[in-house]
Design a binder for this molecule. Structure first.
Ligand SMILES: NC(=O)c1ccc[n+]([C@@H]2O[C@H](COP(=O)([O-])OP(=O)(O)OC[C@H]3O[C@@H](n4cnc5c(N)ncnc54)[C@H](OP(=O)(O)O)[C@@H]3O)[C@@H](O)[C@H]2O)c1
Length: 283
């Protein structure tokens, strides 16, 4: 069985490819990348695939049995059509199964909702594709917070608008394990699964970072408007609004909920401390 993974040059795509190499073998694993040179180091066959080009995917999905579609990074209005290029190319090539990395969260009510809504449209497109399918709704990655520790120290703490809200975090390695299962286990077919670990507050996140990094971070809450304006200044309108909207969603409980990780992985999700420990081993 040959499995192809999109965005092979990205963090999640490459984690999933490494997991597949170790399980189904490198000869059965194909990476698809917008910029193939950036994925060559993975040691598997790399084919060209830009989400803006259906023709790229018509070629890239030749002879493929199952494809993992990693959600794109573009503006939500563009993503839906970009993802359709992959779905339509899979249909045209007789690919049997498509697995999609969607996002957990609310389709309306905060500044992140347009992204969630566009992911929900792709989910609907996949369910209607006629292919076998499985969908994961990812929690928030822990790694960006760990990459940000020096900034948190410089800023005097973890400062955002999440208040007491809880958020289900995960890691790209934990997701890679879950997606390997979704790609290969027939019993998980036709299901939509929430993928994250224990749900925690920002104060609990600060305390976990302090345990591992010997820091003295505390969480400081600010208003939603102030935080979104702050992120827009730092990251530009699009990304600043997306990031601000995530913490607005956490504040209002939209990233708190029930995870299906154990059902998918047949084991419990790693704890926050285990994920931070794993991260420290490789960085
Ligand atoms: N759950 C979360 O906390 C969270 C956080 C951030 C993002 N996400 C979502 O999860 C996805 C994967 O995250 P990540 O950490 O792996 O992101 P990442 O490391 O930034 O990788 C993004 C990947 O998308 C590729 N890409 C961008 N535009 C493309 C296009 N037009 N066609 C094909 N590929 C394109 C990039 O290719 P190049 O190497 O050519 O640039 C890169 O491989 C993201 O795309 C986003 O939808 C989730």
């Amino acid at each position: 069985m040959k499995i192809a993974v999109t965005t092979a040059s990205g963090h999640l795509g490459s984690s999933i490819i490494n997991r597949l190499k170790a399980t189904i073998g490198k000869e059965n694993t194909i990476g698809i990348a917008r910029t193939p040179d950036k994925a060559k180091h993975l040691g598997v066959e790399i084919r060209k695939g830009d989400y803006n080009s259906k023709a790229d995917f018509i070629s890239a999905l030749e002879g493929i049995d199952a494809v993992l579609l990693v959600s794109g990074m573009d503006h939500p209005d563009n993503r839906i059509q970009q993802h359709r290029h992959v779905i339509e190319a899979a249909q045209a090539n007789g690919v049997q199964k498509i697995v999609y990395t969607s996002i957990y969260g609310a389709e309306e009510g905060n500044a992140f909702s347009p992204i969630v809504a566009s992911n929900r449209q792709t989910e609907a497109d996949i369910r209607q594709s006629g292919l076998k399918w499985a969908i994961g709704r990812n929690g928030i990655y822990i790694e960006p917070d760990l990459e940000y520790i020096d900034t948190y120290i410089a800023e005097g703490g973890i400062i955002n608008c999440a208040a007491e809200g809880k958020c289900g975090y995960t890691s790209r390695d934990e997701l890679a394990y879950a997606y390997f299962k979704l790609l290969t286990e027939d019993s998980l077919q036709g299901g939509t699964y929430n993928l994250f670990g224990e749900t925690i507050t920002q104060q609990q996140l600060a305390e976990a970072i302090n345990r591992h990094y010997n820091t003295n971070l505390a969480f400081k809450n600010i208003s939603v408007d102030e935080y979104i304006a702050n992120r827009q200044d730092a990251l530009g309108d699009f990304l600043g609004t997306v990031i601000g909207g995530i913490y607005e969603g956490i504040r209002t409980g939209k990233f708190d909920g029930r995870s299906d990780f154990e059902k998918v992985a047949s084991r419990s999700h790693k704890t926050l401390d285990e994920m931070i420990g794993d991260y420290r081993l490789v960085v």
